[in-house]
Design a protein around this ligand. Structure first.
Ligand code: PLP
Length: 262
């Protein structure tokens, strides 16, 4: 059976990040893509210009429209924009008793533009993280979730895993891509029974890295119903690596180009 996967996220009219990346990744990985939009974003490969967040009631209405009709096997949550939308998403996901939730706690775009209001961090941490099967923070996002200074090293990444799990998700994938001076990008997957698994990939030197976080979390959501969490994370990481390597075939924009979904 082909899994039906729902992305709840913001848009990218240049097609590299957000819902557009999510739909491409779902499709490339053999899932059927549904989407509920939280915010319409004016952006391209060079950066985010501005966005309009939709009314929380209307975000809820989109989620209801999908979940009252379509069997959804996994959900990916990306850009949330503000606390009221976080509350609406949490309320509808609880109401529909959705399983297999992948939460990418999107906060700031590579261009530096905030995609989540700072006062919404508490709502994400308190309402959405506990509903998640897996949360996929990068290092700056993990620091914000834990309310601590950045200063990350391989050791502090390991040490943060129990604190991140204590926020209430079943699993945490702490992404090490922001760690300076490492030839590999190592992500740590921490699970319910104290398990920790490291997923490493050689660091690729490409500027075509727009939407990499969106792509990884969407790939996990697309694969989760078939492969479970650890199986999905390993395959999703391999997918992102291939999509990054394949990005050289694209000629899209003059900034951080998109990855190639295939
Ligand atoms: N735009 C949207 C709607 C996103 O959800 C995200 C990240 O998740 C981004 C942009 C970030 O893009 P970038 O990879 O360039 O930081």
């Amino acid at each position: 059976m082909i899994p039906n996967v729902l992305s709840i996220a913001g848009t990218d009219p240049s097609g590299g990040a957000g819902i557009q990346a999510d739909i491409k990744a779902f499709s490339a990985l053999g899932a059927y893509a549904c989407s509920a939009i939280t915010a319409v974003v004016a952006q391209n490969t060079r950066g985010v210009r501005s966005f309009v967040a939709l009314e929380p009631e209307f975000v809820a209405e989109q989620i209801d429209a999908v979940l009252e009709d379509v069997r959804i096997d996994a959900v990916k949550i990306g850009m949330i924009a503000n606390a009221a939308i976080a509350e609406a998403i949490a309320d509808r996901l609880r109401h529909h008793q959705v399983r297999n939730i992948v939460l990418d706690p999107v906060m700031v775009a590579k261009s530096g533009h905030a995609l989540l209001a700072p006062e919404a961090v508490d709502a994400v941490r308190d309402l959405l993280v506990p509903l998640a099967t897996i949360v996929t923070p990068n290092l700056p996002e993990a620091a914000v979730l834990l309310d601590r200074q950045h200063g990350w090293s391989a050791e502090t990444m390991q040490a943060a895993l129990p604190e991140l799990l204590a926020l209430g998700s079943d699993w945490v994938l702490l992404k090490g891509g922001h760690l300076e001076g490492s030839a590999t990008s190592a992500d740590l997957l921490a699970g319910p029974a104290g398990s920790v698994e490291t997923f490493s990939a050689p660091r690729l030197h490409t500027s075509n890295d727009h939407g990499t976080g969106c792509t990884l979390s969407s790939a996990i959501a697309a694969l989760l119903p078939r492969y479970g969490v650890a199986g999905a994370v390993g395959r999703a990481k391999a997918y992102l690596h291939a999509a990054l390597a394949g990005s050289e075939a694209l000629d899209v924009g003059g900034g951080h180009g998109p990855v190639h979904h295939f």
